[in-house]
Design a protein around this ligand. Sequence first.
Ligand code: HEM
Length: 509
Amino acid sequence: MFLFLIFVAISTYYIYHWTFWKRRGVPGPWGIPILGKSGAMLDDRSAPPLLIQEWTKKYGKVYGFTEGMQKVMVISDPDMVQEVFVKQYDNFFGRKVNPIQGDPDKDKDVPLVGAQGFRWKRLRTISAPAFTNNSIKKVMPRIENSVQEFMKHLELNGENGKPVNMHLYFQEYTMDVIMRIAMGQPESKMFNNPMLYDCKGFFENSRWPVWMFSGAFPFAVKGLRYLFLKLGKFGAGPFIRVQKEVTDAVNERIAQREADRQQEMEPGEPQDFIDFFLDAQSDVDFFGETNNEYQKSTIYNNRKLTMQEIITNCFLFVVAGFDTTAISLSYVAYFLSLNPRVQRKLQEEVDRECPDSEITFEQLSKLKYMENTIKEALRVFPMAAFANSRRCMRTTKLGDTVVEEGVDILVDTWTLHHDKKVWGEDADEFKPERWESLLNSHQSFMSFGAGPRVCLGMRLAYLEQKLLLAHVLRKYSFVANTQTQVPMKLVGRATSRPQSLILSVEPRN
Ligand code: HEM
């Protein structure tokens, strides 16, 4: 009898949570009790943001579903998105995180991307100077050097239009760049960097059972995290190895700095993100920094990081910086191979603006058509769509819709970017020219997010892509061949990457 009562109590509890949206009259896909739709949302073999787009067609511009205990509201109306990301930021300053990713308020090692409130403000204020134009200009010679390495490999292996795995090439390049500017890797390790395989493994998600379980049973998360992080269970291998690599690099730098200090050497300017963060190091623990009174306008001047925060944030920049930019380059190359007219126009722009062998920061800023081409590729394929989420921190209203504290808002970026009412009848076409006229107020471009939490690495991502594309397009054209997958199939959960991108790189005539 006792066991039966426990069973009834637990079932009632889960059914109560599972029917959250039903009880509020909000439509949406149900999924199954306890798990809701988490199975579909975690499936790495497809691209779940495309499923969200399908659901929007069925359920409309506002609908809800559950992922375990999490309640997710999907929106794709441009005005609502503006409300959440900009106008009502003070009510939506958290991001949707799975419990396994940690507690944004209580854990000691929350990365910028998952932090909220005062802690986010502190992490963002300290990290932002590393991404200004000035800072990026300083690291440009290292990026240029990685481009030269890339060109050597391309010349060697892609000779005479031999098909190459272009996505892998771009991954090698972006990994090389981020390791050099974030982690101080002294020289290029392109096509010889074991870290790449672990970082790739980090995105090729074999960890879905642990995410699903922790979404459904958040009270068991402490134990799960222990099994995951300390014992390396549930596919934690790549995560643990990358973290160890980053920890070793930070510790080595501390030892190096100490040795320099003992020899009375003056500390120079920060050379990479580790330096930036170590300069802001503190023994003080900010644990318990609460966010209850947080407002975006609040002045918060604390510019210190703990050791755990340094490691966690270096880790974040390595994985966020490498994967996204490589995917974006892949989309651009794919679209260029299918649109020879755009590619020719781009090559003419590069020939005109970048006539010397070395390409400068100023020349890159004149490549407007190239910037529009990158933007257009990211409009058609907004690959980091799941990053466009917010957590409701205070019950509020979006138009007539009540949003309760704790609900996660997910923007259906694919629908927003393909909305014919917003972008015109040709919304599904790849057309960089559309960026030549100013956006109207409804044209929300969300590939880098919006508002105070807009992507911090956006400038770096543009520069990295422009520099590589300018060098490649001066000499070569991307050409589709019989092995090129058309249309491209997208896979991946956190980011949507090409399942395959085989292209030929043919010398220009
Ligand atoms: C084409 C490349 C990239 C794309 C498409 C992209 C996309 C995004 C998106 C959609 C967000 C969420 C923004 C929001 O919530 O409003 C984001 C956040 C972020 N991105 Fe990127 N990203 C790219 C490259 C990078 C790079 C190179 C770095 C750093 C090395 C980076 C670091 C970050 C960080 C730290 C955040 C969190 C910002 C915050 O919460 O304050 N990203 N990115």
